[in-house]
Design a protein around this ligand. Structure first.
Ligand SMILES: Nc1ncnc2c1ncn2[C@@H]1O[C@H](COP(=O)(O)OP(=O)(O)OP(=O)(O)O)[C@@H](O)[C@H]1O
Length: 513
Protein backbone atom coordinates (compact mmCIF):
# COMPACT_ATOMS: atom_id res chain seq x y z
CA UNK A 1 0.00 0.00 0.00
CA UNK A 2 1.19 3.52 -0.85
CA UNK A 3 1.27 6.32 1.73
CA UNK A 4 1.59 10.05 1.09
CA UNK A 5 2.58 12.07 4.19
CA UNK A 6 1.32 9.19 6.33
CA UNK A 7 -2.12 9.01 4.61
CA UNK A 8 -3.18 6.13 2.42
CA UNK A 9 -3.07 7.21 -1.22
CA UNK A 10 -6.54 5.77 -1.91
CA UNK A 11 -8.03 8.02 0.77
CA UNK A 12 -6.74 11.06 -1.09
CA UNK A 13 -8.31 10.06 -4.39
CA UNK A 14 -10.47 12.92 -5.79
CA UNK A 15 -9.73 15.12 -2.75
CA UNK A 16 -6.46 16.67 -3.83
CA UNK A 17 -3.24 16.30 -1.86
CA UNK A 18 -4.21 18.83 0.94
CA UNK A 19 -7.71 17.57 1.64
CA UNK A 20 -8.42 16.42 5.22
CA UNK A 21 -10.35 13.34 6.06
CA UNK A 22 -13.53 13.88 8.08
CA UNK A 23 -15.60 11.42 10.01
CA UNK A 24 -19.23 12.02 9.08
CA UNK A 25 -21.44 11.90 12.21
CA UNK A 26 -25.15 11.53 11.55
CA UNK A 27 -27.39 14.40 12.73
CA UNK A 28 -29.48 12.22 15.09
CA UNK A 29 -26.29 11.23 16.94
CA UNK A 30 -25.26 14.87 17.35
CA UNK A 31 -28.72 15.84 18.65
CA UNK A 32 -28.73 12.88 21.04
CA UNK A 33 -25.33 13.74 22.49
CA UNK A 34 -26.24 17.45 22.93
CA UNK A 35 -29.48 16.51 24.71
CA UNK A 36 -27.67 14.01 26.95
CA UNK A 37 -25.12 16.69 27.89
CA UNK A 38 -27.85 19.18 28.80
CA UNK A 39 -29.72 16.58 30.81
CA UNK A 40 -26.58 15.64 32.71
CA UNK A 41 -25.96 19.34 33.48
CA UNK A 42 -29.54 19.75 34.69
CA UNK A 43 -29.22 16.74 37.01
CA UNK A 44 -25.92 18.08 38.43
CA UNK A 45 -27.51 21.52 38.96
CA UNK A 46 -30.55 19.98 40.66
CA UNK A 47 -28.47 17.84 43.01
CA UNK A 48 -26.23 20.77 43.84
CA UNK A 49 -29.20 23.10 44.49
CA UNK A 50 -30.93 20.55 46.72
CA UNK A 51 -27.67 20.03 48.61
CA UNK A 52 -27.03 23.76 49.03
CA UNK A 53 -30.59 24.74 49.97
CA UNK A 54 -32.01 21.88 52.04
CA UNK A 55 -34.59 24.06 53.83
CA UNK A 56 -36.02 25.55 50.65
CA UNK A 57 -36.10 22.08 49.07
CA UNK A 58 -37.90 20.61 52.08
CA UNK A 59 -40.40 23.48 52.05
CA UNK A 60 -41.13 23.05 48.31
CA UNK A 61 -41.44 19.30 48.79
CA UNK A 62 -43.91 19.82 51.65
CA UNK A 63 -45.97 22.25 49.54
CA UNK A 64 -46.10 19.74 46.69
CA UNK A 65 -47.14 17.00 49.11
CA UNK A 66 -49.95 19.16 50.54
CA UNK A 67 -51.17 19.96 47.04
CA UNK A 68 -51.26 16.30 46.06
CA UNK A 69 -52.91 15.20 49.31
CA UNK A 70 -55.34 18.07 50.01
CA UNK A 71 -55.70 19.90 46.71
CA UNK A 72 -55.88 23.65 46.13
CA UNK A 73 -57.70 24.41 49.41
CA UNK A 74 -55.07 22.66 51.47
CA UNK A 75 -52.38 24.58 49.65
CA UNK A 76 -54.10 27.93 50.29
CA UNK A 77 -54.42 27.02 53.98
CA UNK A 78 -50.72 26.21 54.24
CA UNK A 79 -49.76 29.42 52.43
CA UNK A 80 -52.01 31.44 54.76
CA UNK A 81 -50.38 29.78 57.76
CA UNK A 82 -46.92 30.56 56.36
CA UNK A 83 -47.85 34.23 55.83
CA UNK A 84 -49.17 34.39 59.38
CA UNK A 85 -45.95 32.90 60.82
CA UNK A 86 -43.83 35.32 58.78
CA UNK A 87 -45.90 38.27 60.02
CA UNK A 88 -45.53 36.99 63.59
CA UNK A 89 -41.77 36.68 63.12
CA UNK A 90 -41.60 40.23 61.70
CA UNK A 91 -43.64 41.56 64.60
CA UNK A 92 -41.72 39.73 67.34
CA UNK A 93 -38.23 40.17 65.98
CA UNK A 94 -37.89 42.66 63.11
CA UNK A 95 -34.09 42.56 63.29
CA UNK A 96 -33.79 38.79 62.78
CA UNK A 97 -36.54 38.88 60.11
CA UNK A 98 -34.57 41.52 58.29
CA UNK A 99 -31.33 39.54 58.58
CA UNK A 100 -32.77 36.14 57.63
CA UNK A 101 -35.47 37.03 55.11
CA UNK A 102 -35.32 40.58 53.76
CA UNK A 103 -31.57 40.89 53.23
CA UNK A 104 -31.06 37.52 51.48
CA UNK A 105 -34.10 38.11 49.25
CA UNK A 106 -32.92 41.58 48.31
CA UNK A 107 -29.42 40.14 47.75
CA UNK A 108 -30.78 37.43 45.49
CA UNK A 109 -32.56 40.08 43.44
CA UNK A 110 -29.42 42.27 43.22
CA UNK A 111 -27.42 39.24 42.10
CA UNK A 112 -29.91 38.31 39.37
CA UNK A 113 -30.43 41.82 38.06
CA UNK A 114 -26.95 43.31 38.39
CA UNK A 115 -23.95 41.37 39.70
CA UNK A 116 -24.59 38.18 37.71
CA UNK A 117 -24.57 40.18 34.47
CA UNK A 118 -21.34 42.05 35.13
CA UNK A 119 -19.52 39.48 37.26
CA UNK A 120 -17.26 37.91 34.66
CA UNK A 121 -16.29 41.16 32.86
CA UNK A 122 -15.57 42.88 36.18
CA UNK A 123 -13.48 39.99 37.55
CA UNK A 124 -11.64 39.68 34.25
CA UNK A 125 -11.12 43.43 33.92
CA UNK A 126 -9.66 43.72 37.41
CA UNK A 127 -7.40 40.71 36.90
CA UNK A 128 -9.15 38.55 39.49
CA UNK A 129 -9.69 35.56 37.17
CA UNK A 130 -7.16 32.81 36.58
CA UNK A 131 -6.54 30.90 33.34
CA UNK A 132 -5.07 27.39 33.47
CA UNK A 133 -2.64 26.10 30.78
CA UNK A 134 -5.54 24.25 29.12
CA UNK A 135 -7.26 27.68 28.83
CA UNK A 136 -9.97 27.03 31.43
CA UNK A 137 -10.91 30.36 33.07
CA UNK A 138 -11.78 30.41 36.78
CA UNK A 139 -13.58 33.29 38.53
CA UNK A 140 -14.03 33.67 42.32
CA UNK A 141 -17.18 31.79 43.36
CA UNK A 142 -19.98 33.84 44.88
CA UNK A 143 -21.29 31.97 47.94
CA UNK A 144 -23.87 34.47 49.20
CA UNK A 145 -25.28 37.92 48.53
CA UNK A 146 -27.28 39.90 51.06
CA UNK A 147 -28.38 43.47 50.60
CA UNK A 148 -29.77 46.42 52.46
CA UNK A 149 -30.75 49.73 50.90
CA UNK A 150 -27.20 50.91 51.58
CA UNK A 151 -24.85 47.97 51.13
CA UNK A 152 -24.54 44.73 49.16
CA UNK A 153 -22.46 42.10 50.95
CA UNK A 154 -21.03 39.53 48.55
CA UNK A 155 -19.46 36.40 50.05
CA UNK A 156 -16.67 34.93 47.92
CA UNK A 157 -14.54 31.80 47.83
CA UNK A 158 -11.06 32.66 46.62
CA UNK A 159 -9.46 30.94 43.65
CA UNK A 160 -6.41 28.86 44.63
CA UNK A 161 -3.41 31.15 44.76
CA UNK A 162 -5.40 34.33 45.41
CA UNK A 163 -5.19 36.18 48.71
CA UNK A 164 -7.44 38.84 50.29
CA UNK A 165 -4.66 41.33 49.46
CA UNK A 166 -5.36 40.78 45.73
CA UNK A 167 -8.87 42.07 46.37
CA UNK A 168 -7.62 44.94 48.55
CA UNK A 169 -5.32 45.99 45.71
CA UNK A 170 -8.20 45.93 43.23
CA UNK A 171 -10.76 47.52 45.59
CA UNK A 172 -10.76 50.85 43.78
CA UNK A 173 -11.18 49.16 40.37
CA UNK A 174 -14.04 47.05 41.73
CA UNK A 175 -15.65 50.11 43.27
CA UNK A 176 -15.76 51.92 39.95
CA UNK A 177 -16.88 48.82 38.07
CA UNK A 178 -19.77 48.31 40.50
CA UNK A 179 -20.44 52.08 40.49
CA UNK A 180 -20.27 52.15 44.29
CA UNK A 181 -19.73 54.98 46.75
CA UNK A 182 -17.23 52.86 48.71
CA UNK A 183 -16.07 49.26 48.62
CA UNK A 184 -14.33 47.33 51.36
CA UNK A 185 -12.88 43.85 51.48
CA UNK A 186 -13.12 41.79 54.66
CA UNK A 187 -11.53 38.40 55.22
CA UNK A 188 -14.18 36.25 56.91
CA UNK A 189 -12.33 32.89 57.03
CA UNK A 190 -9.29 31.35 55.39
CA UNK A 191 -9.99 31.31 51.66
CA UNK A 192 -13.10 33.46 52.04
CA UNK A 193 -13.66 37.18 51.70
CA UNK A 194 -16.63 39.49 51.73
CA UNK A 195 -16.96 42.43 49.37
CA UNK A 196 -19.04 45.21 50.92
CA UNK A 197 -20.33 47.42 48.16
CA UNK A 198 -21.81 50.66 49.52
CA UNK A 199 -24.34 52.27 47.19
CA UNK A 200 -24.60 55.49 49.21
CA UNK A 201 -23.34 57.09 52.39
CA UNK A 202 -25.83 57.16 55.29
CA UNK A 203 -23.37 59.15 57.42
CA UNK A 204 -23.66 62.50 55.66
CA UNK A 205 -26.28 63.81 58.09
CA UNK A 206 -25.62 64.14 61.84
CA UNK A 207 -26.90 61.19 63.86
CA UNK A 208 -29.18 62.55 66.59
CA UNK A 209 -28.66 61.35 70.15
CA UNK A 210 -30.92 58.52 71.33
CA UNK A 211 -33.91 60.08 73.12
CA UNK A 212 -33.17 59.92 76.84
CA UNK A 213 -36.24 57.82 77.66
CA UNK A 214 -35.14 55.16 75.15
CA UNK A 215 -31.76 54.56 76.82
CA UNK A 216 -31.93 51.15 78.56
CA UNK A 217 -32.14 51.28 82.36
CA UNK A 218 -29.31 48.76 82.65
CA UNK A 219 -26.54 49.46 80.14
CA UNK A 220 -25.21 46.50 78.21
CA UNK A 221 -21.51 47.02 78.88
CA UNK A 222 -20.64 44.75 75.97
CA UNK A 223 -22.81 46.57 73.47
CA UNK A 224 -23.44 50.28 74.03
CA UNK A 225 -25.28 52.03 71.17
CA UNK A 226 -23.23 55.09 70.20
CA UNK A 227 -23.91 55.92 66.56
CA UNK A 228 -24.43 54.50 63.09
CA UNK A 229 -22.26 52.33 60.84
CA UNK A 230 -21.85 53.09 57.16
CA UNK A 231 -24.04 50.05 56.49
CA UNK A 232 -26.85 51.96 58.18
CA UNK A 233 -26.94 49.79 61.34
CA UNK A 234 -26.79 50.99 64.93
CA UNK A 235 -23.14 51.11 65.95
CA UNK A 236 -22.50 49.43 69.30
CA UNK A 237 -19.26 49.29 71.24
CA UNK A 238 -18.15 47.08 74.11
CA UNK A 239 -16.57 48.78 77.10
CA UNK A 240 -16.14 45.88 79.51
CA UNK A 241 -12.65 44.47 78.99
CA UNK A 242 -11.59 47.28 76.69
CA UNK A 243 -9.75 50.60 76.54
CA UNK A 244 -10.44 53.16 73.83
CA UNK A 245 -8.12 55.68 72.24
CA UNK A 246 -9.82 58.53 70.38
CA UNK A 247 -7.68 60.62 68.02
CA UNK A 248 -8.75 63.55 65.89
CA UNK A 249 -7.86 67.07 64.84
CA UNK A 250 -9.45 69.91 66.67
CA UNK A 251 -13.15 70.02 65.76
CA UNK A 252 -13.13 66.42 64.49
CA UNK A 253 -15.75 65.42 67.05
CA UNK A 254 -13.79 63.71 69.85
CA UNK A 255 -16.34 65.10 72.28
CA UNK A 256 -19.18 63.30 70.53
CA UNK A 257 -17.38 59.96 70.96
CA UNK A 258 -16.84 60.50 74.70
CA UNK A 259 -20.34 61.78 75.32
CA UNK A 260 -22.04 59.11 73.22
CA UNK A 261 -20.44 56.48 75.43
CA UNK A 262 -21.08 58.35 78.69
CA UNK A 263 -24.69 58.99 77.79
CA UNK A 264 -25.27 55.30 77.01
CA UNK A 265 -23.78 54.52 80.45
CA UNK A 266 -26.03 57.12 82.16
CA UNK A 267 -28.58 54.87 83.91
CA UNK A 268 -25.73 52.58 85.07
CA UNK A 269 -23.91 55.61 86.50
CA UNK A 270 -27.02 56.66 88.45
CA UNK A 271 -27.60 53.14 89.80
CA UNK A 272 -23.96 52.81 90.88
CA UNK A 273 -23.18 49.92 88.51
CA UNK A 274 -20.72 52.15 86.68
CA UNK A 275 -18.36 54.62 88.31
CA UNK A 276 -16.76 57.26 86.12
CA UNK A 277 -13.63 59.32 86.67
CA UNK A 278 -13.22 62.43 84.52
CA UNK A 279 -10.00 64.29 83.79
CA UNK A 280 -10.15 67.41 81.68
CA UNK A 281 -6.82 69.19 81.28
CA UNK A 282 -8.57 71.87 79.23
CA UNK A 283 -9.85 73.34 82.51
CA UNK A 284 -13.24 71.67 82.25
CA UNK A 285 -14.13 72.98 78.79
CA UNK A 286 -15.10 69.49 77.63
CA UNK A 287 -16.24 67.47 80.65
CA UNK A 288 -17.39 70.05 83.20
CA UNK A 289 -20.92 70.43 81.75
CA UNK A 290 -21.56 66.80 82.68
CA UNK A 291 -19.61 66.82 85.95
CA UNK A 292 -22.49 65.32 87.95
CA UNK A 293 -21.91 62.08 86.07
CA UNK A 294 -18.39 61.78 87.46
CA UNK A 295 -17.74 60.23 90.83
CA UNK A 296 -14.14 61.42 90.64
CA UNK A 297 -13.18 64.48 88.70
CA UNK A 298 -10.26 66.78 88.07
CA UNK A 299 -9.78 69.66 85.66
CA UNK A 300 -7.44 72.08 87.37
CA UNK A 301 -3.68 71.73 87.74
CA UNK A 302 -1.41 68.81 86.97
CA UNK A 303 -1.00 67.86 90.64
CA UNK A 304 -4.75 67.50 91.08
CA UNK A 305 -5.18 65.41 87.95
CA UNK A 306 -2.18 63.23 88.78
CA UNK A 307 -3.78 62.53 92.17
CA UNK A 308 -7.08 61.55 90.59
CA UNK A 309 -5.52 59.11 88.15
CA UNK A 310 -3.18 57.69 90.80
CA UNK A 311 -6.20 57.10 93.01
CA UNK A 312 -7.85 55.20 90.16
CA UNK A 313 -4.74 53.08 89.69
CA UNK A 314 -4.68 52.39 93.46
CA UNK A 315 -8.31 51.25 93.38
CA UNK A 316 -7.51 49.02 90.44
CA UNK A 317 -4.52 47.45 92.20
CA UNK A 318 -6.53 46.92 95.39
CA UNK A 319 -9.37 45.26 93.47
CA UNK A 320 -6.99 43.05 91.49
CA UNK A 321 -5.46 41.88 94.80
CA UNK A 322 -8.90 41.24 96.26
CA UNK A 323 -9.94 39.20 93.22
CA UNK A 324 -6.69 37.27 93.26
CA UNK A 325 -7.11 36.43 96.98
CA UNK A 326 -10.64 35.22 96.23
CA UNK A 327 -9.32 33.05 93.39
CA UNK A 328 -11.22 35.03 90.75
CA UNK A 329 -9.74 35.98 87.40
CA UNK A 330 -12.41 38.37 86.23
CA UNK A 331 -14.42 41.14 87.82
CA UNK A 332 -18.21 41.11 87.59
CA UNK A 333 -19.64 44.62 88.02
CA UNK A 334 -22.12 45.14 90.86
CA UNK A 335 -23.47 48.23 92.60
CA UNK A 336 -21.12 47.54 95.53
CA UNK A 337 -18.18 46.89 93.27
CA UNK A 338 -18.82 48.90 90.11
CA UNK A 339 -17.25 48.85 86.68
CA UNK A 340 -14.88 51.84 86.55
CA UNK A 341 -14.39 54.07 83.53
CA UNK A 342 -11.63 56.67 83.39
CA UNK A 343 -12.27 59.37 80.78
CA UNK A 344 -9.28 61.57 79.96
CA UNK A 345 -9.72 64.42 77.52
CA UNK A 346 -6.58 65.60 75.68
CA UNK A 347 -4.38 63.05 77.44
CA UNK A 348 -1.27 64.37 75.63
CA UNK A 349 -1.33 67.42 77.88
CA UNK A 350 -0.67 65.19 80.89
CA UNK A 351 1.72 62.74 79.22
CA UNK A 352 3.74 65.08 76.97
CA UNK A 353 3.00 68.80 77.19
CA UNK A 354 2.81 69.43 80.94
CA UNK A 355 5.83 71.50 81.95
CA UNK A 356 6.54 69.47 85.13
CA UNK A 357 8.34 66.25 84.24
CA UNK A 358 7.41 64.68 87.60
CA UNK A 359 3.71 65.16 86.88
CA UNK A 360 4.14 63.67 83.42
CA UNK A 361 5.94 60.67 84.85
CA UNK A 362 3.35 60.13 87.59
CA UNK A 363 0.48 60.27 85.09
CA UNK A 364 2.29 57.97 82.67
CA UNK A 365 3.02 55.45 85.43
CA UNK A 366 -0.60 55.36 86.64
CA UNK A 367 -2.03 55.32 83.13
CA UNK A 368 0.22 52.53 81.89
CA UNK A 369 -0.75 50.49 84.98
CA UNK A 370 -4.45 51.00 84.30
CA UNK A 371 -4.01 50.15 80.63
CA UNK A 372 -1.88 47.08 81.09
CA UNK A 373 -3.69 45.56 84.10
CA UNK A 374 -7.09 47.22 84.30
CA UNK A 375 -9.21 45.10 81.99
CA UNK A 376 -9.67 41.99 84.12
CA UNK A 377 -10.42 43.88 87.37
CA UNK A 378 -13.11 45.97 85.61
CA UNK A 379 -11.35 49.23 84.71
CA UNK A 380 -11.62 50.84 81.27
CA UNK A 381 -9.78 53.92 80.02
CA UNK A 382 -11.17 56.25 77.33
CA UNK A 383 -8.50 58.73 76.31
CA UNK A 384 -8.59 61.31 73.56
CA UNK A 385 -5.87 63.34 71.89
CA UNK A 386 -5.17 65.44 68.82
CA UNK A 387 -1.60 64.47 68.06
CA UNK A 388 -1.18 60.69 67.84
CA UNK A 389 2.61 60.55 67.61
CA UNK A 390 4.48 58.12 69.85
CA UNK A 391 6.15 60.97 71.73
CA UNK A 392 2.77 62.22 72.94
CA UNK A 393 1.41 58.85 74.03
CA UNK A 394 4.14 56.21 74.23
CA UNK A 395 1.79 53.36 75.19
CA UNK A 396 -0.91 53.82 72.56
CA UNK A 397 -0.48 50.13 71.64
CA UNK A 398 -2.09 49.25 74.98
CA UNK A 399 -5.48 50.46 73.70
CA UNK A 400 -7.32 47.50 72.11
CA UNK A 401 -9.82 49.82 70.38
CA UNK A 402 -8.61 52.81 68.38
CA UNK A 403 -10.99 55.42 67.05
CA UNK A 404 -9.56 57.72 64.40
CA UNK A 405 -11.61 60.77 63.42
CA UNK A 406 -10.38 63.38 60.95
CA UNK A 407 -6.59 63.47 61.17
CA UNK A 408 -4.05 66.04 60.01
CA UNK A 409 -1.82 63.78 57.90
CA UNK A 410 -2.21 60.50 56.06
CA UNK A 411 0.67 58.99 58.08
CA UNK A 412 -1.35 59.55 61.29
CA UNK A 413 -3.93 56.96 60.23
CA UNK A 414 -1.58 54.02 60.66
CA UNK A 415 -0.17 55.60 63.85
CA UNK A 416 -3.62 55.48 65.44
CA UNK A 417 -5.22 52.44 63.85
CA UNK A 418 -2.11 50.33 63.42
CA UNK A 419 -0.06 49.21 60.44
CA UNK A 420 -1.86 48.67 57.16
CA UNK A 421 -5.07 50.45 58.20
CA UNK A 422 -4.80 52.91 55.36
CA UNK A 423 -4.33 50.09 52.82
CA UNK A 424 -7.45 48.51 54.27
CA UNK A 425 -9.49 51.58 53.34
CA UNK A 426 -9.20 53.90 56.37
CA UNK A 427 -8.56 57.38 54.99
CA UNK A 428 -8.85 59.59 58.05
CA UNK A 429 -7.04 62.54 56.47
CA UNK A 430 -9.72 62.56 53.74
CA UNK A 431 -12.68 62.84 56.13
CA UNK A 432 -14.03 66.30 55.26
CA UNK A 433 -14.43 68.88 58.01
CA UNK A 434 -18.14 68.90 57.15
CA UNK A 435 -18.41 65.44 58.73
CA UNK A 436 -17.44 65.80 62.41
CA UNK A 437 -18.06 62.59 64.35
CA UNK A 438 -17.18 60.34 61.37
CA UNK A 439 -14.42 57.92 62.29
CA UNK A 440 -12.69 54.69 61.38
CA UNK A 441 -12.60 52.21 64.25
CA UNK A 442 -10.25 49.27 64.54
CA UNK A 443 -10.63 46.70 67.29
CA UNK A 444 -8.39 43.84 68.31
CA UNK A 445 -10.95 41.32 67.05
CA UNK A 446 -11.29 42.69 63.51
CA UNK A 447 -8.48 43.56 61.17
CA UNK A 448 -10.54 45.76 58.87
CA UNK A 449 -11.41 49.26 60.16
CA UNK A 450 -15.13 50.07 60.31
CA UNK A 451 -16.39 53.49 59.20
CA UNK A 452 -18.99 54.97 61.56
CA UNK A 453 -20.49 58.22 62.73
CA UNK A 454 -20.96 58.87 66.41
CA UNK A 455 -24.16 60.47 67.66
CA UNK A 456 -24.15 64.22 67.92
CA UNK A 457 -24.55 65.00 71.60
CA UNK A 458 -25.50 68.63 72.14
CA UNK A 459 -24.78 70.66 75.27
CA UNK A 460 -28.43 70.28 76.16
CA UNK A 461 -28.18 66.47 75.88
CA UNK A 462 -25.19 66.55 78.25
CA UNK A 463 -26.93 68.76 80.81
CA UNK A 464 -30.04 66.59 80.62
CA UNK A 465 -28.00 63.41 81.19
CA UNK A 466 -26.09 64.96 84.11
CA UNK A 467 -29.31 66.12 85.74
CA UNK A 468 -31.03 62.80 85.26
CA UNK A 469 -28.21 60.41 86.15
CA UNK A 470 -25.96 61.99 88.81
CA UNK A 471 -23.32 59.68 90.19
CA UNK A 472 -23.89 58.39 93.72
CA UNK A 473 -21.12 58.67 96.28
CA UNK A 474 -18.05 56.56 95.53
CA UNK A 475 -17.71 53.55 97.81
CA UNK A 476 -13.97 52.90 97.72
CA UNK A 477 -12.67 53.29 101.24
CA UNK A 478 -9.84 55.71 101.58
CA UNK A 479 -9.76 56.70 97.92
CA UNK A 480 -8.04 59.98 97.25
CA UNK A 481 -10.73 61.64 95.27
CA UNK A 482 -11.58 65.09 94.12
CA UNK A 483 -15.28 65.40 93.72
CA UNK A 484 -16.77 68.62 92.60
CA UNK A 485 -20.07 67.31 91.37
CA UNK A 486 -21.49 66.17 94.68
CA UNK A 487 -20.27 69.25 96.46
CA UNK A 488 -22.00 71.40 93.90
CA UNK A 489 -25.17 69.42 94.25
CA UNK A 490 -25.24 69.36 98.04
CA UNK A 491 -23.70 72.76 98.55
CA UNK A 492 -21.24 71.30 101.05
CA UNK A 493 -18.01 69.29 100.87
CA UNK A 494 -18.52 65.52 100.65
CA UNK A 495 -21.34 63.47 99.28
CA UNK A 496 -24.99 63.35 100.07
CA UNK A 497 -25.76 59.88 101.42
CA UNK A 498 -22.06 59.07 101.56
CA UNK A 499 -21.21 55.63 102.91
CA UNK A 500 -18.92 55.36 105.87
CA UNK A 501 -15.34 54.93 104.83
CA UNK A 502 -15.63 56.85 101.61
CA UNK A 503 -13.05 59.57 101.58
CA UNK A 504 -13.47 62.42 99.19
CA UNK A 505 -10.84 65.05 99.56
CA UNK A 506 -11.42 68.65 98.74
CA UNK A 507 -9.76 70.38 95.85
CA UNK A 508 -9.83 73.50 93.85
CA UNK A 509 -13.07 75.01 92.70
CA UNK A 510 -14.44 74.18 89.30
CA UNK A 511 -14.52 76.92 86.72
CA UNK A 512 -17.46 79.10 87.29
CA UNK A 513 -18.22 77.55 90.69
N1 LIG B 1 -21.08 63.47 65.88
C1 LIG B 1 -21.25 64.70 65.42
N2 LIG B 1 -22.18 64.95 64.48
C2 LIG B 1 -22.35 66.21 63.99
N3 LIG B 1 -21.63 67.27 64.40
C3 LIG B 1 -20.70 67.08 65.33
C4 LIG B 1 -20.45 65.80 65.88
N4 LIG B 1 -19.47 65.91 66.78
C5 LIG B 1 -19.13 67.19 66.79
N5 LIG B 1 -19.86 67.91 65.93
C6 LIG B 1 -19.73 69.34 65.62
O1 LIG B 1 -18.35 69.64 65.55
C7 LIG B 1 -18.00 70.61 66.53
C8 LIG B 1 -16.66 70.23 67.17
O2 LIG B 1 -16.85 69.05 67.92
P1 LIG B 1 -15.97 68.69 69.21
O3 LIG B 1 -15.81 69.88 70.07
O4 LIG B 1 -16.53 67.46 69.80
O5 LIG B 1 -14.59 68.39 68.50
P2 LIG B 1 -13.27 68.02 69.25
O6 LIG B 1 -12.59 67.03 68.39
O7 LIG B 1 -13.53 67.64 70.66
O8 LIG B 1 -12.49 69.40 69.16
P3 LIG B 1 -11.43 69.98 70.22
O9 LIG B 1 -10.26 69.09 70.22
O10 LIG B 1 -11.16 71.35 69.69
O11 LIG B 1 -12.16 70.00 71.54
C9 LIG B 1 -19.16 70.62 67.52
O12 LIG B 1 -19.38 71.88 68.03
C10 LIG B 1 -20.32 70.20 66.70
O13 LIG B 1 -20.92 71.32 66.10
Amino acid sequence: MQYINGTRAEDLTNDGIFAKQRAVVPFWALALSATAKRLARLVVWLVRTVWRHPLTTAALFAVALVWVEFGRRGLLGVLGLAMLSLSGWLWRSPASFDARVVRPLRGWWRWLTFYRVVWYPVMHGTGLTRTTPDRTIYTPTVTSVSSTRVVDTIGLRLIHGHTPEDFHTQAEGLRHAFRAHRLTVVQTAPGRVELRVFARDPLTKPIPATPIERIPAVPDLLSLPVGLTEAGDVYRVPLLGDHKLIAGKTGAGKGSVQWSILRALGPGIASGLVCVTGLDPKGGMELYPGRALFAYYGDQDGEQMAQVIEAAADRMTARAKRLRDAGLRKHVPTVDDPFEVIVIDEVAFLTAYHPDRKIRDRVKAALSLLLSQGRAPGFAVIASLQDPRKETLPFRDLFPTRIALRLAEDSHTDMVLGDGAQDLGAACHLIPDTLPGVAYVRTETANEPVRVRFSWITDQDITEAATRWPAPAPVSAGARVIDLAARDRSGSPGFPGQRSGAGPIESESPPGA
